[in-house]
Design a protein around this ligand. Structure first.
Ligand SMILES: NC(=O)c1ccc[n+]([C@@H]2O[C@H](COP(=O)([O-])OP(=O)(O)OC[C@H]3O[C@@H](n4cnc5c(N)ncnc54)[C@H](OP(=O)(O)O)[C@@H]3O)[C@@H](O)[C@H]2O)c1
Length: 268
């Protein structure tokens, strides 16, 4: 049977995506908090879905390796939605980079080892688009797989130039999510001829636990949206499921921006 794995699947858009995916498969939800996963699994089971859960911190390579092996023991892993992530209010710059950037590397690499064919969707953010081109450190991004300490040192040095705590974490978040765009594209070209399609998807401000926490700072971007409101977890869940659905087989190596128009509104 097909297996759809959702990191960060215990809440928000990850859970929304589980609800919107076709029901002909097993769902494996993961996150760090057992109670969150128990609650989400109960809801999905009540809606008729077959659900397994496993705690996993995606910033820990060994735990991601175990999650991938467990997923493969349940059936054929066909869809991986990597929605696990932290936002500027939740963590310091180092933690943001470890979870959002290294977490994406570990998920893509470990799941690619157990997948025969399928799709990986890495959730980024419209914050990835806020960085001016000259600030995007692509040379440093290339160090993420093999020289983690150097990658961290260089990006933390950039963040360290900012005095304000929130803005410093804000830059780390934007860098970590810009890295997700870059890494998803790299993965797409490495894995495409094996039949594994990879995309990223960048939400705008969405009314999840995280979005509610960030909406004070994030509200300024709402005025640039065409919709003039936050997105909902249901809308993003549907968009993610559409990208993750194997019927959407020619969508690869790109970022899908689902932000109510905030990036194009700001640019114009
Ligand atoms: N909401 C927004 O406005 C917004 C905007 C742009 C992008 N995003 C991105 O969208 C994704 C989903 O966020 P959301 O809005 O749905 O918020 P959410 O409800 O807070 O979901 C994030 C999930 O990630 C899990 N998580 C956090 N750190 C983790 C780690 N180290 N390992 C494994 N799981 C971890 C959390 O569960 P535990 O705490 O139990 O681990 C939680 O279930 C994130 O990547 C976020 O950066 C959100």
């Amino acid at each position: 049977m097909k297996v759809c794995v959702i990191t960060g699947g215990g809440s928000g858009m990850g859970l929304g995506a589980a609800r919107a995916m076709p029901n002909d498969r097993i769902f494996l939800l993961s996150g760090r908090t057992q109670q969150k996963l128990d609650k989400a699994a109960k809801q999905l089971k009540a809606e008729g879905r077959q659900v397994y859960i496993k705690t996993c911190d995606t910033s820990d390579k060994k735990q991601v390796h175990e999650l991938a092996r467990y997923a493969a023991s349940l059936g054929e892993v066909t869809n991986v939605i990597n929605a696990a992530g932290l936002s500027p209010s939740m963590a310091d710059p180092e933690k943001l980079l470890r979870v959002n950037a290294f977490g994406t590397v570990y998920v893509n690499r470990e799941f690619a080892k157990v997948m025969k064919k399928g799709v990986i969707v890495d959730i980024s953010s419209n914050s990835a688009y806020q960085l001016p081109k000259m600030l995007i450190p692509e040379k440093t991004y290339r160090l993420a797989e093999k020289q983690e300490q150097e990658f961290l040192k260089r990006l933390l040095r950039m963040c360290g130039l900012i005095k304000d705590d929130y803005k410093r974490s804000g830059l780390a978040y934007a860098l970590s999510k810009n890295f997700v765009l870059w890494y998803a594209k790299k993965s797409a070209f490495e894995l495409g001829d094996r039949g594994i399609r990879v995309c990223s998807l960048s939400p705008g401000l969405v009314a999840t636990d995280m979005g509610e926490l960030e909406k004070g700072e994030g509200a300024s971007m709402l005025k640039h949206t065409a919709e003039k409101r936050m997105g909902t977890p249901q809308e993003l869940g549907f968009a993610i499921a559409m990208v993750a659905d194997e019927r959407n087989g020619y969508l690869a190596g790109v970022d899908v921006l689902v932000d109510g128009g905030s990036v194009s509104g700001k640019r114009s």
